[in-house]
Design a protein around this ligand. Sequence first.
Ligand SMILES: O=C1O[C@H](COP(=O)(O)O)[C@@H](O)[C@H](O)[C@H]1O
Length: 353
Amino acid sequence: MLTVQHSPVVDQLVVAYKSNPRIYIEGCAMRMASSSSTLAANLRTSITRLPSIHRSPSCIPARSQLFIPKPLACSLIRPRRVSGIGANPKKFDCRAKFSMAEKRQGKVDVFDSEESLSVSLAKYTADLSEKFAKERGAFTVVLSGGSLINSLRKLVEAPYIDSVDWSKWHIFWVDERVVPKDHEDSNYKLAYDGFLCKVPITTGNVYAINDALSAEAAADDYETCLKHLVKIKTVDLSEASGFPKFDLMLLGMGPDGHVASLFPGHPLVHESKQWVTSIKDSPKPPPERITFTFPVINSSANIALVVAGAGKAHAVNVALGSGQNSDSLLPVQMVSPEGELTWFLDSGAASKL
Ligand SMILES: O=C1O[C@H](COP(=O)(O)O)[C@@H](O)[C@H](O)[C@H]1O
């Protein structure tokens, strides 16, 4: 059950946002300074689930085509070994590594190259786009920073550049660094340069994090933005958890097993009430960031965990194979969506499985 406090100020801000997202951004920042969240939400306990493994390379023709929208919109509101990575699809059923009340099966796709991973990720994303556009008239997509953006490159080529209904897309970030949007460390800039500037996504449907605010204020501002979008049903709400339910979350993973800006051993991995939170001591620079929390991540309808490179093989093996972690669970092991989990691994990332 989700409760959002209403007030004339909030209602004015909603009206303001509809007519001019920038006004709404300022409104949210102002409101942030004088209010505290009254969100009451139930915690959905995160449960690790282990997947079946499927190797499936594929290919599509390449053709680049550019669309350049205006740059930004709004900031308002266990264990089984895998052997012989090859061209033929192969399926494995994995048993859960941890006992769990609510065991579900995910899927692991291993590709012989990052190139074929990218091709398959494009088709997966385009298929979900079509499904959600039909079902609910909108497709809410959450991006990570890092290498994920490069892995989305086939989505901006034929046939998807023309066949996807980009007008239905709404873009969010699972985490952001507290730097200006034109800074080299900005996840927004990375996504804009590598993906968003090439597709005709409506400017007003790109929900960037407000880079004019402190980390705490930016996290609060983004949460306020999400509550508004849930209220107007642009973003679904999970009945099970009371947290927002995004249609697709595209997650990367660091070599240490972190996802979003949720790092191994950091107390934020246990945050159970906030939708969006901030971190000032990120072990990976830059230190100040904002991030979705696990209850939001795990309320997703679909999560793609996209991991490439031998440098990440150990964390992948801990999550999916016989690898052991010395301390607590790796954050990536805590990814357990309400919906479907699909791993996209290249041969390097899967090399220890
Ligand atoms: O700092 C971050 O790192 C992770 C992983 O990045 P990668 O380059 O190793 O794929 C990324 O998913 C996250 O969004 C980003 O802020």
